[in-house]
Design a protein around this ligand. Sequence first.
Ligand code: SF4
Length: 685
Amino acid sequence: MIRSTCPYCGVGCGVILSPAGHGLSVKGDPDHPANRGRLCSKGTALGETVGLSGRLLAPVIDGAGADWDTALDHVAARFRDTIAAHGPDSVAFYLSGQMLTEDYYVANKLMKGFIGSANVDTNSRLCMASTVAGHVRAFGADTVPGTYEDLDEADLVVLVGSNLAWCHPVLWQRVEAARAARGTRIVVIDPRRSVTAEAADLHLAIAPGADVALFNRLLAAIADRGLTNAAFLSHVTGAGDAIASASAEQGDTGLSPADLGRFIDLWCRTERVVTVFSQGVNQSSSGTDKVNAILNCHLATGRIGRPGMGPFSVTGQPNAMGGREVGGLANQLACHLSLENADHRAAVAGFWNAPRMAERPGLKAVEMFRAVAEGRIKALWIIHSNPAVTLPEADKVRAAIAGCDFVVVSDVTGATDTARLAHVLLPAAAWGEKSGTVTNSDRTISRQRAALPPPGQARPDWWALAQVARRMGFAGFDWDGPAAIFREHASLSGIAGRLGRDFDISGKAAISDAEYDRMEPFRWPCTTDRQGGRFFADGRFLTPDTRARMVPVTARAPAAALTADRPFRLNTGRIRDQWHTMTRTGRAPRLNRHLGEPFVEVNTADALKLGLAPFSLAEVSSDSGRAILRVIVTDRVPGGQIFAPMHWTGETAPTGRVDALVPAATDPLSGQPESKAAAVTLAPW
Ligand code: SF4
């Protein structure tokens, strides 16, 4: 019996694995603080996904099988030669929130400290980059203030742009348990009447992109009613400007005055309020402003860092948080240190004994693949991600990867749309076969543990990255396992702590391999003085003057304007039983029975007007691509809006690759693409 962590969403549920025949039996871990034994449909079916069909079992170079030595020498030589000829910014790593923290740490160290570029970004850019930028603007660091216990102790939970019941089901179960136990009220803010919205006490079907307008109205009402917290505001700057900006807000929320009033009344009179936000907020060309509009309301009222209250970002991926902690985004340094701060760079360079430290931010995901298309990136290593399907304007991204001089893909299969384009395929150990740590949405670090041997020549990612680093001539990549990498990361976090940063797990820096093996889930920070808990109730923030910032924000419309030719607003998202591009969940028959093919939800009146019969096929097209989708006629989506899930892949058009339709418009601060507001045409096929 082995305790591990589910590889899917950011809830980070603990699982208990038991070998069963050629596979695993999986059940919820009753002692894990995130789930206390609960699992959702995806977690419950994990044991059905560990079979070996389709696995990549040996390295491949230009379509031919190879051994590891040959493949690693080849990758190291191509990266070294490319850097020598074109400079360090001619290479890039594209990583994944699926990677373990130790793997992420090695990739980040290699690129930022030794290659000398910050061109290391991740599919987490598509997930929560706007939250990172909003947190840094308001708090001075990317700090999640609260904990999951706040959901148990809240009297009001506001879910913004989150279909929690499908996308973070075990957290939703906690919210429902709180409702049963203490009468917690639930408000859902979402243009679409999702399953979560149906279960809410109040559903606010706001106009797409209207979150800033809504939270500005709330902030103005808080000020008008004299509900600002004067004592707490002594720890905050910018309140006057933010409130003035909110009071002048003209943006249309799309809500009736009655619904708007109900929401404002509920929020204002409920002290214990948690505002949960997710991709509906983040995946926007004004995502950072939306995050700050939410944070402003909590800062103005001092409802932050105390039991049952605070803003709460829920991450999509299992280790988006761990990636943030090691600095796995192109504009971050390790341990929440700043790439643009010379003292921070010097501290990390000294710790790593780094010969060539990156000195400026690298290319964020959308920019990175644009640089690939333009030939500025000439060598690219993609690890556990499928950008040929998931990046906006995915057809262009697929063409860019196909045209790149040298592409390495590390994955568990060579059958993804991206892996098929690689010059070198490296067989990676999968979940259930590898060991390391992940961090969930409430800062809890948990172990993933191996329960099965890696098949064939599959190896962990940290090992492949370290081997390439050594073959490029770099010292400092000679760990003997993930425990040694974890200790190095924890030691570096102690330096970050002494520089005043929030991420400090130096209390674990001296643990033995055996202690790492049996390490229990723990919430950071973890130092000799402090263990877990909430941030900011004391009014001390991570800014130079220790005060939080309320940021004046103004509503902006989505980047893609609707036109007579493109009259529909396309919202994309997840379904309950699939994960990302279905590499794992697609293997479980019972998960495929829920919703078995790509579809589009169309409002009843729109379907009638366009002659779209239920379950017929429709073509959805935008300026960047097209998809053919099964029509579901429903009033879940308002007129003029359609919804399509993002999971389906495919080699040839027409397909269900909906990210081919999404424009590459990004938030100017976070670089996160606007995945929920494409302007599209809808027609019978
Ligand atoms: Fe896994 Fe998320 Fe489901 Fe928990 S809620 S079992 S972490 S997919």
